[in-house]
Design a protein. Structure first.
Length: 152
């Protein structure tokens, strides 16, 4: 059984939502914040031909961007009120062509920490009600304190 994740800030949903809303990249890509729980964030976006590579699949860079954001905000949901979050590293496995009507991206905290948090991400493509796992991510995120150039 997995231990429940406990946010350090009772207002974590508001902080995650506000931070996500300031991400111009997510707005540009039409990626929406769907769900926020302690240590878990879900994003979604529709198929858009402007986000594809030469074969008409959603570009791997777009999937990586969405997965990074989902993992980052999953980690941020557990951080203290005085923390900001930055990605330290990530690895993406592109498992299948990103072909679908819509896409779901979930980031989950695997190991929270005061400074370093490790997350897993999964991206799914949907055609009607059928889903397919198309990409995974392992990400390491860092809590940042007292930096005026990095604030949530």
């Amino acid at each position: 059984m997995t231990k429940a994740m406990v946010p350090a800030d009772p207002n974590y949903r508001d902080r995650v939502t506000a931070g996500f809303a300031r991400q111009q990249a997510m707005q540009t890509l039409h990626i929406e914040l769907v769900r926020v729980e302690p240590g878990e964030v879900e994003l979604a976006f529709p198929y858009d031909p402007l986000l594809t590579q030469q074969h008409g699949f959603i570009h791997g860079g777009i999937l990586s961007t969405a997965l990074d954001s989902a993992c980052g905000y999953a980690a941020f949901s557990l951080m203290s009120v005085d923390a900001s979050v930055l990605t330290v590293e990530f690895k993406v496995n592109l498992l299948a062509p990103a072909r679908g009507d819509r896409f779901q991206v979930i980031g989950r905290v695997v190991k929270p920490g005061r400074t370093i948090t490790v997350c897993q991400g999964e991206a799914f493509a949907y055609v009607d009600t059928q889903s397919k796992l198309i990409a995974t991510m392992t990400a390491t995120l860092m809590a940042v304190f007292d930096r005026k150039d990095v604030q949530e």
